[in-house]
Structures are given as structure tokens and as C-alpha cells.
Design a protein around this ligand. Structure first.
Ligand SMILES: CC(C)(COP(=O)(O)OP(=O)(O)OC[C@H]1O[C@@H](n2cnc3c(N)ncnc32)[C@H](O)[C@@H]1OP(=O)(O)O)[C@@H](O)C(=O)NCCC(=O)NCCSC(=O)C[C@H](O)C(=O)O
Ligand SMILES: [Mg+2]
Length: 366
């Protein structure tokens, strides 16, 4: 066990000191691309400034024969793309390295950190099983950072995609000061849990509740009854959000594989947003706009939240607003919205204008 006083000590001589706080930068869409795919990689420079995070994926969805090409392609993109990655960049640069038991991960980490570590913001680690996986990555990154002479520590993001990872979710979040956040990996998690699905995220029409029959007769049982599809991922996302909130890091919904179904993608993203996630993965350019929109509080909600903050004065007691009681606890929810809107507006001028317009409209109607 690492004593509390050593938690923020560098894990290698010459490594930068660990972060005391994870920087709050917009990460509504984490856009995946395969750096070995020339067409996709060619789109990257044009996406800088239009998406919060670009992630060079080296793991699943990259063919085994292309693993090295993907790694080298990402190094080139990191070095050559203006405005991508590093402090103050318009778009963050993340990578997803191969799994810790794979033949590629050691070279992934060694090459990326020493050749492009100053441009990388976050390293996503797949199939994390427990704190021991984060401890391994933590020490190795410190050694590589020292070797590369980096001044800024890299952050680590774990994907929850095994039952063991889920069971250990709290200890994973608290395993290192590098921990930036967690994403749900619904496809691998479904397989590991032996769920009977064949999809990459999203719901399933068979997972539902049905209205009771009018009576116990065979006719009533056979008669049409209202049924509602339920969210397969509700428990998992809520559990992940609690673990992240407890450790002050961010939770993300992962991939939505039905690229054509933009409506259900938006629903899944919104459920995650309402439950406390700050972003989701985008697998195709058309999912970027959905994630940016859904994970930005609406201008109307922000204007309302500001009204509650103003009405609550010193923040104690209770007031009535539009027939509804507001008190210390609803104020705290409103402050979450206001704080997030300010953080996003600082990096997104178009969104800032929409927030200002909604605020002006509300003040005019008061
Ligand atoms: C899903 C795709 C295979 C679809 O690709 P494609 O058939 O080429 O789509 P389109 O013809 O509609 O593409 C139009 C143009 O856009 C470019 N494109 C497509 N995707 C991207 C992208 N992600 N980034 C940049 N550019 C992209 C195409 O090249 C076309 O260009 P052009 O011809 O010049 O017009 C493909 O989108 C894809 O592979 N996406 C990424 C998939 C991925 O990363 N998967 C891994 C993450 S999910 C996962 O791992 C599961 C998770 O871990 C879990 O366990 O749950
Ligand atoms: Mg996976």
C-alpha cells in the first residue's frame, strides 16, 4: 500500500511531478481514428478545432498487420499537426494503446511517450482489471517521461470493459493521480459478462418491461399490452459515474456502433449526460456534432440555472420560482450546470454566443 504522503511523489527520478488536479478541458466528443488508415488520418488536420478530442486508436478495430503503421502514423500526426495536443491546443490528442497483455503495448507506450509525449494529453488503457494495471502503467510512464525529459505528466484514462474491472471500479479510479477518467466499453463488457447481445453499445428491443395483463385469463395475457424498452447500461453507467465522482475524475459513455441510427445514438448519449457523464466516443465524423450538442447543457437550462443562483442569494433557505421550490440542493445542481457551461463557453465561442443570447432573452422577459 502506498501511504497517503507518497501519493503525489514522482515514480521515477526526473519525472514531472504528478498533477494535483485534473485540468477541466472540454471532452464532449472523443473522436476515434485509425492512424494507419490513410483516408481517416488524412481527415485529422481538418478536424482540429472542430472536435474536443482526437484519439489515435491503436487497439481493437486496427488490424494486427497494421499495428506498427498505426503507431508510427500517430507519431507523425502528433508531431506534424498544428493545434493538436499539448497545453493550450485547440484540440486534445489522446491515444488508446493496445491491451496490457498484448504483444504491442510496451512498444506503443515507449515509442509514443519518447517520440511525441509532449503532444499527447491522455493515454486510454483498455480492459483495465484493477488498480494493479494502473500501477504498472503509472510507473512505466514516469520512467518514460523522465527519459523523454517531459515537463508535464501524461494522464491515464481506463476503459471499463471486464466484469473484474467493474468490480474494482473504485480502486481503479483512485489508483494514481494520473487518473483522468473512465469510459464504458459496452462491447467488450457485454462479451465478458456473457450478455446475450451482438451490438456495440446502445439498447436492445428484448430488454423491456411489459404492462400487467388486465386479469389472469388466457385472452388478457395474449392481448396487446404496452411495453417499454429499458436501458441495458443504466446500472453500469451509474456505477461508473459514482466511482468517478467520488475520486473527482470524469465519466464517459463509450461507443455507439450503429452509425446510421443517429437518433438512438443521441438518446444513448443524452442518458449518459443526464446521469453525470461529460462526453462519449465518436466513431464516425457524423457522431461528433451529436456528442458536442448533447454534452453541452442547453442554453435554456443554463439561463434557468443562473436564475436560480440569483434567486438563492447567499445560497441558503428556500424560494419559490415558477411554482417550484428551490433550495441549497437544487442550487448545487444549478451550479454544476453554470460551471460546465462557463468551461465549455471559454473554448467554444459559438456556444458562448448561444448562452449569452438565452440569458439576454430571459432577462428581457423577467
Ligand atoms: C465505422 C467505419 C468503419 C465506417 O467507415 P466508412 O465505411 O469509410 O464510412 P463512410 O463511408 O461513411 O465515411 C465517410 C468518410 O469519412 C471518413 N471516416 C470514416 N470514419 C472516420 C473517422 N472515424 N475519422 C475520420 N474520418 C472518418 C471515411 O474515410 C470517408 O472518407 P471519404 O471517402 O474521403 O469521404 C469507420 O468510421 C471507422 O472505422 N470508425 C472507427 C471505428 C473505431 O475506432 N472502432 C474502435 C472503437 S469502438 C471499440 O473499440 C469497442 C469498445 O472498446 C468496446 O469494447 O465497447
Ligand atoms: Mg473494447
Amino acid at each position: 500500500m502506498r501511504p497517503a504522503r507518497d501519493f503525489f511523489a514522482p515514480l521515477a527520478v526526473g519525472a514531472p511531478p504528478p498533477l494535483r488536479e485534473i485540468p477541466a478541458r472540454p471532452s464532449r466528443a472523443i473522436h476515434f481514428f485509425d492512424p494507419s488508415n490513410e483516408k481517416m488520418a488524412g481527415k485529422v488536420p481538418g478536424m482540429v478545432g472542430t472536435v474536443d478530442v482526437l484519439l489515435g486508436n491503436l487497439e481493437d478495430a486496427v488490424k494486427a498487420a497494421n499495428k506498427e503503421a498505426a503507431r508510427e502514423g500517430l507519431v507523425r500526426i502528433a508531431r506534424d499537426t498544428a493545434g493538436l495536443g499539448g497545453e493550450g491546443a485547440a484540440t486534445q490528442l489522446w491515444t488508446r494503446v493496445n491491451a496490457l497483455d498484448s504483444p504491442w503495448v510496451l512498444d506503443d507506450l515507449t515509442r509514443l511517450v519518447t517520440a511525441a509525449g509532449d503532444r499527447l494529453d491522455v493515454i486510454m488503457v483498455p480492459k483495465v482489471q484493477g488498480a494493479e494495471d494502473i500501477h504498472y502503467v503509472d510507473r512505466l510512464l514516469a520512467q518514460l517521461e523522465a527519459k523523454a525529459g517531459l515537463e508535464r505528466p501524461l494522464m491515464v484514462h481506463a476503459i471499463l470493459e471486464t466484469a473484474r474491472g467493474m468490480a474494482n471500479v473504485e480502486e481503479i479510479c483512485g489508483a494514481s493521480p494520473r487518473m483522468q477518467g473512465l469510459s464504458l466499453g459496452p462491447a467488450d463488457l457485454a462479451a465478458d459478462r456473457r450478455m446475450k447481445t451482438t451490438r456495440v453499445g446502445g439498447g436492445h428491443p428484448g430488454y423491456l418491461v411489459r404492462q400487467d395483463p388486465a386479469d389472469g385469463s388466457a385472452e388478457a395475457i395474449a392481448a396487446p399490452r404496452t411495453s417499454y424498452q429499458q436501458d441495458l447500461w443504466h446500472y453500469t453507467i451509474a456505477r461508473m459515474v459514482d466511482a468517478c465522482a467520488m475520486h473527482g475524475i470524469s465519466a464517459y459513455y463509450g461507443p455507439f456502433g450503429d452509425i446510421a441510427d443517429t437518433v438512438a445514438c443521441e438518446d444513448q448519449f443524452r442518458n449518459a449526460f443526464l446521469l453525470g457523464c461529460v462526453g462519449a466516443w465518436s466513431l464516425h465524423p457524423k457522431q461528433v456534432e451529436i456528442a458536442h450538442r448533447v454534452f453541452s447543457p442547453s442554453p435554456e437550462d443554463v439561463a434557468h440555472a443562473r436564475r436560480v443562483v440569483a434567486a438563492m442569494g447567499d445560497g441558503t433557505g428556500a424560494v419559490m420560482l415558477d411554482g417550484k421550490m428551490e433550495d441549497d440542493a437544487s442550487l448545487k445542481q444549478c451550479l454544476v450546470m453554470v460551471e460546465l457551461s462557463e468551461q465549455l463557453a471559454a473554448a467554444d465561442p459559438a456556444l458562448a454566443e448561444r448562452y449569452a443570447a438565452a440569458q439576454a432573452e430571459q432577462e428581457a422577459s423577467a
